[in-house]
Design a protein around this ligand. Structure first.
Ligand SMILES: Cc1cc2nc3c(=O)[nH]c(=O)nc-3n(C[C@H](O)[C@H](O)[C@H](O)COP(=O)(O)OP(=O)(O)OC[C@H]3O[C@@H](n4cnc5c(N)ncnc54)[C@H](O)[C@@H]3O)c2cc1C
Length: 804
């Protein structure tokens, strides 16, 4: 074994081998892979090897497409066959809702260039002759689906990596990892030690154990998974073409040809975790005892829908474990607080995603940037609240729902409530319908008196439509009250605080007592954050941002923190707040504070400490509604008192609660973008309409040169607002934008803008089309709806209401 290496990849499953290959492809040759047994000896060897491009997150779908197209390349380099069969695939819908879901999936695939097509049930039965037509209403055909040989694929990655200089140590177990004071890691194995600058945890079934070596509890859990292989089926044996891959959503089963029979697997509702706390080190190339009773309900449907399978009899049953993250997407990237420690685990579809994961991680390590928008796979999307028990509950839920419809307005019930604020009970008493964001319960909308706080799940407008309209009207005409715990908040202190913020963020820093909006850019000039910064003292700042990105942003902040002079800490558990918004919000605030909060004395973008009633608070004059409004932040121990005070004092002014749904509607009609939708690391600030918040004149902030280039060259695409001629369903995000029969852009978010009474969608189009008005279409649930590009926000384009 070498004594030093630039990278040590731990784990020789399909994912670790892909990471190793991609590192060599990116030019790093001094890389080693350490495998405790033979390659593939975790979950990889017994996989069904199925590959598909469909994923509800378009960015993950793109990486799946990349993976499948990669196999030719590694076969050529390695001389090792991947055993790939591209048979095409068919997704079978048994209900109208499922058909709607497939339309949504197809729409999302369009702007990625995915060529899926709807086929009639008759055509589906011609393509997949063992199905019984009577149980289906439609089907989506995908030409790029198939299966590969799990061992062939893994060995092809490994050999291709070796050809390019990598070394692989088999039968060598990493037993411990120790950070070195001068950087890098001491990698201790049962065959000796080596020093590696970087470590990659691709430990698959043992990724938790490898994480624990560095004090990390990764949110992953293995589930048992079963598939069966049938005896020969005459219809299959007689077919000239290999059977398609098929997914039958109603039966929650997937199928493909295996020999002259079929392979059929299921994600059963009563899924069972495997090794809930620790994975045994002596588990290797082993299977678990089959349990057909557990999958009997799915098999029953399968036998009914595919009688030939029932007639054939079962030859073999495979039961093996593989790992999942709570939302079913991989965990990839650098880990906050651990220098040069990277993860590539929780990959539940290694043969569709392994290539994309390898590409992403290697780009991140070699170039400092993942190269695309990988939020859906970023390990930082889970915070410390994703504990072992949380993970257990969510992984079970996710497994059991793998083939079930997730409606766009559906909030899943497992592991809730977990994080709540002191106002939770009071809001629940007001019939709040809660959603969950970063583990936190927050009010989506409030059911009217006498009705149940339950939202029907649907692709179309729900029973929330009218109550949300009423909430919006209160904000625009009177005063609304909203809890704002879903925003992240940080305190930055120290003599170096101002210079540090100025280096990190693109806008100038605020004057004392003021707020500025400031994007954060990476060195390539792309958006990695959008914040509001407040200055409360020469050495004291508050930064407000997106709550879901707290770990993501803290990872960046901490990685850029100088050794002395600046401290940053998240105030998630210390500072909570409410927003009051609407033309009467000033009257409400004024009756609670001694300070003059008139427009002159406390203008737009002011930020000050003041007592609100008896409560010490920090008050900012800003809201995301686009109206006059304030954010009031207080210590957690004052939260309940603040709520009671605002309710009581606001009663005469007609105060009403509003939730996240109304806020979305209000910000859409103002054309305000939001993090993870309009603002993501694939857009530059000028494309995203944030150019006015980039101060190119100030000192050398991160991303400055790239931003200056974007400004000079002009953005390639632009964020625009569409008014959509919608029927009973609005855009939600990821719909294609059409013009002249071609897909020219995509929607980032949408909904019904109640105050202006229009269906609105925000999205990106090529800059050359941003000056056009007519002839656009937005595809909603398979229908191309006419859309008009609005040259300016639909409400108050001059921002007079906010400044009034
Ligand atoms: C029954 C079944 C069917 C499946 N079907 C499909 C399918 O059709 N399509 C699909 O895409 N996916 C399928 N999968 C999932 C697929 O198997 C996984 O996505 C994939 O194997 C994950 O690979 P990995 O490299 O992350 O993990 P693993 O395969 O578990 O590899 C991890 C490796 O790390 C090694 N390791 C761990 N700790 C250490 C250490 N400390 N020192 C040294 N080495 C270590 C282990 O020995 C192991 O070889 C299926 C899984 C099962 C169980």
């Amino acid at each position: 074994m070498k004594s030093h290496a630039q990278v040590a990849v731990i784990g020789g499953g399909v994912v670790g081998c892909s990471v190793l290959y991609h590192l060599t492809k990116a030019g790093w040759r001094d890389v080693v892979l350490i495998e405790r047994d033979e390659l593939t000896s975790g979950s990889t060897w017994h996989a069904a090897g199925g590959m598909h491009t469909i994923n509800l997150d378009p960015n993950v779908a793109k990486l799946q497409q990349y993976t499948i197209n990669l196999y030719k390349e590694i076969e050529e380099l390695s001389g090792q066959s991947c055993g790939v069969h591209i048979t095409g695939g068919i997704m079978l819908a048994g209900t109208k809702e499922r058909l709607d879901w497939l339309k949504l999936v197809r729409g999302r695939g369009r702007y990625l260039g995915m060529q899926t097509e709807f086929v009639s049930v008759d055509e589906a039965a011609r393509l997949f002759p063992i199905m019984d037509k009577r149980y289906f209403v439609g089907a989506l055909y995908d030409p790029i689906e198939g299966h590969g040989d799990p061992s062939g694929v893994t060995h092809a990655y490994a050999k291709a990596a070796r050809v390019q200089g990598a070394e692989i140590y088999r039968f060598t177990r990493v037993t411990d990892l120790k950070p070195r004071p001068e950087g890098g890691w001491e990698v201790i194995t049962d065959q000796g030690s080596l020093v590696a600058e970087h470590v990659v945890n691709a430990g698959g079934l043992w990724a938790r154990e490898v994480g624990r070596m560095v004090g990390l509890e990764l949110p992953i859990l293995a589930m048992e998974h079963q598939y069966l292989i049938t005896e020969e089926i005459p219809e299959v044996a007689a077919s000239e073409k290999e059977m398609l891959h098929a997914i039958d959503f109603e039966g929650e089963i997937y199928m493909r040809q295996e020999g002259k029979g079929m392979l059929m697997g299921t994600y059963e509702r009563a899924g069972v975790p495997w090794s809930e706390r620790t994975t045994p080190w002596n588990f290797s190339h082993e299977l678990l005892p089959p349990d057909l009773d557990r999958i009997a309900p799915s098999l029953e449907v399968g036998f009914k829908h595919y009688p030939a399978i029932e007639r054939a009899g079962i030859k073999k049953v495979i039961n093996g474990p593989f790992t999942f993250a709570p939302d079913g997407n991989p965990l990839v990237g650098p880990v906050r607080g651990l220098r040069n420690f990277w993860v590539a685990c929780g990959v539940m579809a290694g043969f569709s995603q392994g290539g994309g994961v390898g590409l992403t991680l290697s780009s991140w390590m070699v170039h400092g940037d993942p190269g695309s928008d990988v939020w859906a796979m970023d390990v930082a999307r889970f915070g410390d609240w994703a504990t072992v028990a949380y993970t257990n509950a969510k992984v079970r839920e996710n497994y059991s729902r793998r083939f079930r419809i997730r409606f766009p307005n559906e909030e899943l019930p497992a592991a809730r409530p977990l994080r709540t604020t002191p106002a939770y009970d009071a809001l629940a008493g007001e019939r709040a319908v809660f959603g969950v964001s970063y583990g936190l319960e927050h009010a989506l909308w409030f059911a009217p008196e006498g009705t149940e706080p339950v939202e029907e799940v649907t692709f179309r407008r729900s029973n929330a439509h009218e109550p949300v309209a009423a909430e919006c009207a209160v904000v625009r005409n009177g005063v609304g009250l909203m809890e704002i715990a879903t925003y992240a908040r940080y305190e930055v202190t120290g003599p170096g605080a101002e210079a540090w913020i100025s280096h990190l963020l693109a806008n100038r820093t605020p004057e004392q007592g003021r707020l500025v909006l400031s994007p954060m850019l990476n060195p390539a000039g792309k958006l990695i954050g959008d914040f509001t910064v407040a200055k409360l003292g020469a050495e004291r700042f508050y930064i407000f941002g997106s709550g879901i990105a707290e770990d993501y942003h803290m990872r960046w902040f901490e990685a850029h923190l100088p050794e002395t002079g600046v401290a940053i800490r998240p105030l998630r558990a210390e500072l909570l707040g409410f927003s009051i918004a609407g033309p009467r919000s000033r009257a409400l605030l004024q009756c609670l504070v001694r300070e003059d909060v008139s427009n002159k004395a406390f203008p737009f973008l002011s930020f000050r400490e003041m007592d609100v009633g008896m409560i010490p608070a920090k008050v900012g004059r800003i809201t995301f509604t686009g109206d006059l409004g304030y954010e009031i932040w207080v210590g957690v121990d004052y939260h309940r008192a603040l709520y009671a005070l605002l309710r009581e004092a606001g009663a005469d002014l007609g105060i009403r609660l509003f939730g996240a749904r109304a806020l979305n509607s209000l910000r859409l009609e103002k054309g305000f973008g939001s993090w993870a939708r309009e603002y993501r690391p694939i857009y530059g600030p000028y494309e995203a309409g944030l150019g006015r918040f980039v101060d190119l004149k100030k000192n050398d902030f991160i991303g400055r040169d790239a931003a200056a280039r974007e400004k000079q060259d002009g953005p390639q695409r632009r964020l625009v607002t569409f008014v959509v001629d919608a029927a009973d369903a609005d855009a939600i995000g990821d719909e294609p934008v059409w013009r002249d029969g071609k897909v020219v852009g995509w929607i980032t978010s949408g909904g019904y803008a109640h105050y202006v009474g229009r269906s609105v969608a925000l999205g990106y189009v090529p800059a050359a089309l941003a000056g056009e008005r007519d002839d656009f279409e937005v595809e909603i649930l398979g229908d191309r709806r006419r859309a008009q590009l609005a040259p300016q926000p639909l409400l108050d384009p001059q921002g007079l209401r906010m400044r009034s």
